[in-house]
Design a protein around this ligand. Sequence first.
Ligand SMILES: [Zn+2]
Ligand SMILES: [Zn+2]
Length: 234
Amino acid sequence: MKQKIYEIPIWDAYALENCECPVCSIEKKAEDQFIETLFTEMVMDVNLNPQLTSAFRFCHEHFEKLYKYPDKCGLAILTDRILYLEIEALQQAKKGTAIKKSLKPAFLKKSSSNSTHTEKECLLCNKLSNDMRNYCDTIIKLWQKDSTFKSIFAHSRGFCLKHFNEILINNTASSDFKEKCISLQENNLQRLQEELQWFITKNDYRFVNESWKTSKDALLRTILKLIGNYNTKI
Ligand SMILES: [Zn+2]
Ligand SMILES: [Zn+2]
């Protein structure tokens, strides 16, 4: 079956070896590409780009990633834009003008939490979570229509917990798909647990001469399974 362009990242991710979550691997690439585009194209068009003319912020993790990117002047332009919007919102609040919800300073928002900037307000987090929702849709569609993909999926390692939940709450997921997905996830969590337990055993001096089998990186893979490899610093 001929692959559609938006399906290619999924086929590529499912071809990766030792991949605990194909969606995480797509997300990581999408994040790198979006940061690159942000600096190479969007910053130049800061007044034209609709995403940058409306209110936007970055979460803690994404500001760190943006700061690691070499283009400090580009980041200064973006940060200047955020400052401009924050000042504008304060001035409107002072005048009592109605402020757009997204522009509203945190102190004016009715909130039960103490958090000032939530992930949902981060331009990158928003973009990635929308894109990943679309990729989850496509995974479900591919599973339904393509027998080759169905077989690859059955031999895959499931998902990280975040994307496992994301795919299960997807409205387009059939009960058959959900059932297969849950079994796949359960088998893979058990497989990881065995690898992790062998990692623990290997740290006992009595087993020092035994083979690591596949457990040498089991601790890292287990953590990535639990929290996803996106936005992790390990
Ligand atoms: Zn994931
Ligand atoms: Zn973010």
